[in-house]
Design a protein around this ligand. Structure first.
Ligand code: NAG
Ligand code: NAG
Length: 285
């Protein structure tokens, strides 16, 4: 009994698939007797979440009652539907992540980067049939960026390479760099963008200095999405040390000048004493 039920179900699916294939091979223009227009808004989804494909029926006559027999969603350039549903037979084929949300609107669960693209949506009703094209775009937010450096210790006036990385975003974004006084260093940086098997991007920007100045720190990197909207930022906590070879010489010059003052001072005092003695001797004589 159960097996035969399944068999009937399979047969129905095959029939539906065949029906949908026939429909897509026949040019379904909006015939003169079409009593409604199918409309869909561009869909925007977030990876891992449910995307709403918002569609509506616009009636061209006074008739306001429509019964949908079949819905079929097909990716542009493909023959087979990625999703089709017949409500009365309760038969569905294709990707199980699709669902009729609120006729004729659809929803797609667990959205993936590969779902992005152009779609053709067809419906057949008691008032005739229509189809419409729409695009689906997907996005994913980048993780908070992290700033690192290759050098264990960054020395003032020394060479430094700073890296700023963020991952798990879609579509490809960019990274900008600023210093403490908000000077834009982005032109001195190189951006590397790599796409994983899941379609998500990892961004890594390298900012190189021949001679870094501790007065520029801290540095800030900002992650921007493909619409140039800021998605996150990080501030460097790297310490830029004074060159240990420089500091003793600096303090010794200070010591030298103090010594100089002392030497010259005592010479002047000595000279004054000598002059004073000479004067007294002259006075006595
Ligand atoms: C939206 O998706 C279309 C179709 O794949 C694509 O051509 C377009 O670049 C996408 N738009 C954005 C802003 O990502
Ligand atoms: C920083 O420089 C980059 C690259 O020249 C530029 O695209 C960006 O708009 C600048 N950002 C600001 C805030 O000026």
């Amino acid at each position: 009994m159960l097996i035969s039920l399944f068999r009937n179900r399979d047969m129905a699916s095959v029939n539906l698939l065949f029906f949908v294939l026939m429909l897509s091979s026949v040019r379904v223009g909006r015939s003169a007797e079409s009593l409604f227009k199918l409309k869909c808004q561009p869909a925007v989804g977030v990876i891992g979440q449910t995307t709403h494909i918002s569609c509506s029926i616009e009636f061209l006559t006074k008739s306001k009652h429509v019964i949908i027999n079949t819905v079929a969603l097909t990716r542009s350039g493909e023959k087979n539907s990625c999703f089709a549903f017949q409500p009365f037979e309760n038969v569905r084929i294709g990707d199980s992540r699709f669902e009729v949300e609120n006729e004729p609107s659809l929803q797609l669960h667990n959205t993936k980067t590969s779902d992005e693209g152009e779609y053709r949506y067809f419906i057949r009703t008691n008032l005739g049939q229509d189809q419409v094209q729409f695009t689906m775009n997907v996005t994913a937010k980048y993780s908070s960026p992290i700033i690192t450096s290759v050098q264990k210790e960054i020395v003032n006036d020394g060479h430094a390479d700073l890296y700023c990385s963020a991952s798990g975003g879609y579509p490809a974004g960019t990274i900008h760099w600023f210093d403490q006084s908000n000077t834009n260093w982005t032109k001195s940086a190189t951006l590397q963008s790599t796409q994983g098997n899941d379609g998500l991007f990892t961004l890594s920007s390298k900012l190189s200095f021949q001679k870094i100045d501790s007065l520029w720190a801290p540095f800030r990197c900002v992650v921007l999405n493909n619409r140039y909207e800021e998605e996150g930022g990080a501030t460097s906590t790297l310490e830029i040390k004074d060159d240990p070879g420089n500091s003793p010489s600096a303090s010794s010059t200070v010591n030298n000048s103090i010594a100089g003052v002392v030497v010259i001072g005592s010479l002047i005092v000595g000279l004054l004493i000598v002059l004073l003695f000479k004067r007294r001797r002259n006075q006595r004589e």
